[in-house]
Design a protein around this ligand. Structure first.
Ligand SMILES: [Zn+2]
Length: 380
């Protein structure tokens, strides 16, 4: 019988493609490979990274979205993404007046087709008023009744807000205690952005991930304000709050401001079972630390780290720009956490952590559901 070389060639080629596809599917395990085109087989193409990300029904527990656009709901549907939309009480008005900001966040949540939940906040600047706690608790209960699942406190507690006698208000201030108890009593979660990266207290360093932020926001650059509290003092007060409120679930935003050393986070996790952290705007700090150390930390404490980004969607922002940035960030973070790729980021060579599907599923989904009740995936 004559061998049909053309047929053999076609069969060999098909086998080759199947092997490449199998290897790829194996490396991502859980990835449903829809379009097995050669382009789609490039492991570093953003589309593939986002496809793998979407397969976990990811939850981003830290965004600031104050604009409504159907294209955003489409993006979240497409990525099977849920987000926690966080309000911030800032009297410098980064997101506008607090009432306006909360109304805009609610608009985003309502238009999200069940892909967003609200993390509300309260104005701490009335703290010395006698009815402060009562009024704040009333406000929070109204928000909880309307669907808010968490409450945010911000770095102005510890770094800006003062009592009438001129002392800085710390996060464990007795005036805040009834509020913490009410949040715990209503089974809601406290998201606490307290203190700042250590670079905030250090001389300017162009290599620091925060260099541009402090250049643009000198009011928050504590190196210029040595009369303000030290970072250690603020974090000690935060730890005291954790110890005093064991029934209150606290998610420390931005790696709990312990961004330069995962061992510092681990110490708090060991001490305070009511404490978790989000990764918002601090993935770069995980990239900088030794790979094996960070990888082991995330494996050991896989139930305590929540994926978050700090991505924004602001009223004066173009939707196209925001859509691009959100997708790029999700693809970049996925590449770091999920793959073994080596790539350049901000002038540094980064080696992906290649975390297992089990660990990724916890960080990207399960921990958010557990630590923030009400934050469940819409597609379940
Ligand atoms: Zn934020």
């Amino acid at each position: 019988m004559r061998v049909d070389f053309k047929k053999v060639l076609v069969l060999l080629l098909a086998a080759g493609i199947a092997t490449v596809a199998a290897t790829y599917v194996h490396s991502f395990g859980f990835l449903a490979l829809h379009a097995a085109t050669l382009e789609a087989l490039r492991p570093d193409s953003p589309r593939d990274l986002l496809q793998a990300f979407a397969a976990l029904e990811p939850i981003d527990t830290h965004v600031h979205a104050f604009k409504t656009d159907p294209q955003f709901s489409d993006l979240m549907t497409h990525l099977r993404l849920n987000v926690l939309d966080i309000c911030v009480a800032d009297n410098h008005g980064i997101y506008g007046q607090l009432d306006t900001e909360i109304a805009r966040a609610k608009g985003f949540v309502q238009a999200s087709q069940n892909h967003a939940r609200l993390c509300v906040t309260f104005d701490p600047f009335d703290l010395s008023r006698t009815d402060f706690a009562r009024k704040t608790i009333e406000q929070l209960r109204r928000e909880f009744a309307q669907g808010a699942v968490a409450v945010k406190i911000w770095k102005n507690i510890g770094m800006e807000l003062k009592t009438p006698d001129g002392k800085y208000v710390m996060p464990d201030d007795p005036a805040l205690e009834p509020i913490y108890r009410a949040i715990a009593g209503d089974n809601k979660t406290l998201v606490a952005h307290l203190a700042e990266p250590s670079s905030c207290w250090q001389p300017p360093n162009p290599d620091s991930p925060d260099y541009d932020y402090y250049k643009e926001n000198p009011q928050w650059y504590m190196y210029l304000h040595p009369d303000h509290p030290r970072k250690e003092v603020i974090l000690a007060a935060r730890d005291h709050l954790l110890a005093e409120n064991p029934k209150l679930r606290v998610v420390g935003a931005h790696l709990g401001s312990m961004e330069t050393d995962v061992d510092e986070i681990a110490k708090r996790f060991d001490r305070y079972p009511n404490f978790a952290v989000d990764t918002a705007a601090r993935i770069e700090y995980l990239m900088i630390q030794p790979r094996e150390k960070v990888r082991n930390f995330l494996i050991k404490y896989q139930t305590r780290v929540l994926y978050g980004t700090d991505l924004e969607f602001l009223p004066d922002e173009s939707t196209a720009d925001a859509l691009k940035e959100w997708q790029e960030t999700y693809a970049r973070d996925w590449r770091f956490l999920a793959t073994n790729d080596t790539f350049q980021y901000n002038g540094r060579q980064v080696h992906g952590l290649g975390l297992s599907e089990t660990v990724l599923r916890r960080i990207y989904h399960d921990n958010a559901v557990q630590w923030i009740p009400g934050m469940s995936s819409s597609s379940k």
